[in-house]
Design a protein around this ligand. Sequence first.
Ligand SMILES: Nc1ncnc2c1ncn2[C@@H]1O[C@H](COP(=O)(O)OP(=O)(O)OP(=O)(O)O)[C@@H](O)[C@H]1O
Length: 582
Amino acid sequence: MTRLITALTVMWRLAAPYFRSAEDRRAGRLLLAAVIAIELAIVGITVLVNQWNARFYNALQERAWDTFVSELLYFCVLAAAFIVLAVYQLYLNQWLQIRWRRWMTAQYLGHWLDDGNHYRMQLLGDAADNPDQRIADDINLFIDRGLAIGLGLLSSVVTLASFVTILWSLSAQAPLVIGGTTWSFPGYLVWAALIYAVVGTVFTHLIGRPLIGLNFQQQRYEADFRFHLVRVRENGEQIALLGGETAERARLLDRFGAVMANWYAIMTRQKKLTFFTAGFNQVSTVFPFVVVSPAYFAGGFSLGGLMQTSEAFSSVQRALSFFVTSYRQLAEWQAVIDRLAGFDAALTAGRALATVPERIVVSAEPDAEAVAAEALEVRLPAGTPLVAADALVLPAGVRVLVGGPSGSGKSTLFRALAGVWPFGRGRVSVPAGRSVMVLPQRPYLPVGTLAAAIAYPALPDAFPRDRVTEVLGTVGLGGLADRLDEEAHWGRMLSLGEQQRLAIARAILHAPDYLFLDEATASLDEPSETALYGLLRRRLPETALISIGHRSTLMPLHDRHVVLERDGNLHRLREATGAPGA
Ligand SMILES: Nc1ncnc2c1ncn2[C@@H]1O[C@H](COP(=O)(O)OP(=O)(O)OP(=O)(O)O)[C@@H](O)[C@H]1O
């Protein structure tokens, strides 16, 4: 029971915001009201059809031709109304689904992407596996199944209320007579239907309960398998060069093994459940007749009455067995709710990480003249100290080379200065209104046109075309100028050196105040690297360049040289002796 209440609370927390949203609540509420109204109208038609049953079968029994014809016509009217309602119910339901889904997707994308939360969530580890599945599949399933189950439940409750009344009065008309003795008691047909359905529900629940967890796991294993397939696709070149196909196949089959093992468990459980539900459904066809037959054969009941009673009995029993028939859907839905709730929690944890008391605080200071780190200690997510930078000051236009052994924490220090690495303590102040750009060794090039890849993160047409062409020429990629509108996976097509040139072109177009280059030219030959640094110097004279690099040829291209040196259990940033470039 507490589980049910928790599930309902979580469901409400996930579903309600859409119907309260400023953007779409009117349309959402209207569509929902229409879908509910149609559902109720359909139940109304079922009640009318039930009453029609009595009249129609009586007309057949009495061979009353005129009544038969008029009842047939009446049925046609009901059927026509039912068809129109069924069509519009589906149509409006789908309309509601896509609007609701658009809203929820936008919300989740916002919470995931805003303010670097996706990256912090990733740093937190396995808190939210496969966010893509949460956003693409789970939101869809939550809405689709939620509406189906919600409307099914509503329809069952209303059907139950309507038909229990009918069945109650029919119980009085059809006394239960066995062996000449009357055994009936008020509403005995209702009680029979109730007991039958409750037995079914209890057994279904007992047999089917493990399906909730199994379905949850299944989705997870499937997503995991898909994720690893995508990894292989993305790293195809490396795998082919290393001849890693056999290892990959083994790894993928291993992942698939988990999919299969869980699937077997689902199959076994499903088999048990289907044995029960299929049997239950078969018995349901004849059970009402069995219950009413004593009254019918005792002679006090017409054929119409029998048919109406069996129909009403079936409706009550169907409504009561709603839980039995939709158990699989409910199990799946419960798993979806659990996953979305888990994703929600991970989103919140990611956001909370940005505001924990002990973290690296990066703030924009109106009076600051330089990027400055004060008592900065950068740590790993697990809390291990990595880098200490007591008093780093990077004035505008400075050119600093950051050195230090591999793994000493240079890239992590850049992440901390750029404000995406919260683990640690101390402060970083950035002059307000100054822009910062970080170029990593392997730049991110979104799939799309080349123009979009260069302009990223600005919009594809943010820079005049002739300027883009000219800048491409200056970084040595003039040959690509006439392919700016070509859509491709540029990150795979261009060599790493070309990608690095492209990233330099991006930096020149954006002209940031602070440009951090994390081995951003390491794939270029030394003369090209020197030429590109010269270009940056000429094109962005005001921009501070802070580079990480291991080559000694970088030294003369910078004014200052700082290094990370081991100091106890961490590396400390110190000014290196001997000014580079001197
Ligand atoms: N997300 C993370 N979780 C745990 N450890 C991490 C994470 N990111 C980096 N590290 C660890 O922090 C240490 C410093 O990594 P970092 O990439 O900053 O070093 P680096 O000095 O830039 O190295 P290189 O010169 O080889 O590029 C490494 O030991 C690395 O394994």
